[in-house]
Ligand binder design. Structure first.
Ligand SMILES: Nc1nc2c(ncn2[C@@H]2O[C@H](COP(=O)(O)OP(=O)(O)O)[C@@H](O)[C@H]2O)c(=O)[nH]1
Ligand SMILES: [Mg+2]
Length: 272
């Protein structure tokens, strides 16, 4: 089945970007679960030279899903933020209209992918955010300390940046292509949670519409978290620097609309 946006009347290919570092217990299952959501979902894995052999599992699966499963291998652990930037550029080059961020560890349920997509297609979101905190606290099996930290971190970010988003560090996101084209990806500075905040902050400063979709976030059952105190520290100080930096920065304003997407796709058809 291929998704059709009636306003655009064209086939909309979707790319789910999944960064991996030592995810051998999860990677095959998450890939199969995403593909169960429909043929319009393609996957790009960005693996940072996982010592546990995650990339070789992906390569084996590529024989089965040769048209829909892609892999970029980087030499070492370079961080989540730069993994996504690499993925975003690849997605733009390869003509995807909807681009997702998703973790490999099943904290983000692949069955929620169509709901995020629908928020973009039917509700007009430029960026749909899978939100843990839009309807209470929907986090399962995280240690209480981590839930409290994450919840108050989101409140802190709201206070400092003024963003009207309940879950500012969320990493389950669907972007319309226009958002990633408008943002200067080479200027995105942060790597961990601060990266997630920076993307939302920049998109909202550019005038894009951010919509939160409630999700239930479940702690990973397999493998280990790569969260550490430096990622947390980056976020605490990064937010202040983002807010202060924005006073002096000019953000490109949202300019493309659905008609321009239509024009672009017609142009692409003309090229074929
Ligand atoms: N490519 C890449 N992926 C990473 C890196 N750090 C974390 N990840 C992946 O990013 C996702 C989220 O990381 P995770 O450890 O689950 O963080 P947590 O959910 O905040 O505890 C998982 O799919 C990880 O494998 C990294 O440096 N490079
Ligand atoms: Mg996780």
């Amino acid at each position: 089945m291929l998704i059709r946006d009636e306003n655009i009347s064209e086939v909309q290919p979707c790319l789910v970007i999944i960064p991996t570092y030592n995810e051998k217990e999860n990677v095959e299952d998450i890939i199969r679960s995403v593909f169960c959501q429909g043929e319009h979902f393609h996957i790009l894995i960005i693996d940072d030279g996982s010592p546990d052999g995650t990339a070789s599992i992906v390569k084996t699966l590529q024989q089965e899903f040769s048209d829909a499963l892609f892999l970029i291998e980087r030499a070492g652990k370079l961080g989540l933020g730069t993994a996504y930037i690499t993925g975003f550029k690849w997605a733009i080059e390869n003509g995807y209209e909807y681009i997702f961020e998703m973790d490999a560890d099943f904290s983000h349920n692949p069955e929620d992918l169509p709901r995020l997509l629908d928020a973009c297609i039917s509700d007009g979101a430029d960026m749909a955010i899978g939100s843990r905190y839009i309807s209470g606290v929907n986090v399962v099996n995280w240690p209480m300390g981590r839930v409290v930290m994450s919840y108050f971190a989101s409140k802190y970010v709201r206070l400092i940046t003024g963003m009207k988003i309940a879950d500012t560090t969320a990493g389950f996101v669907c972007y319309r292509r226009d958002v990633l084209e408008a943002i200067d990806l080479d200027k995105i500075r942060f790597k961990g949670y601060a990266f997630q905040i920076e993307m939302k902050f920049t998109a909202s400063k550019c005038g894009f519409k951010l919509i939160e979709v409630p999700i239930i976030f479940i702690n990973r059952r397999l493998g280990v978290s790569k969260m550490n105190s430096s990622i947390f520290g980056e976020a605490v100080f990064g937010v202040i620097s983002l807010a202060v930096g924005s006073w002096f920065k000019k953000y490109p304003k949202k300019r493309l609309n659905r008609n321009s997407v239509k024009k672009r796709s017609l142009a692409r058809e003309g090229m074929n």
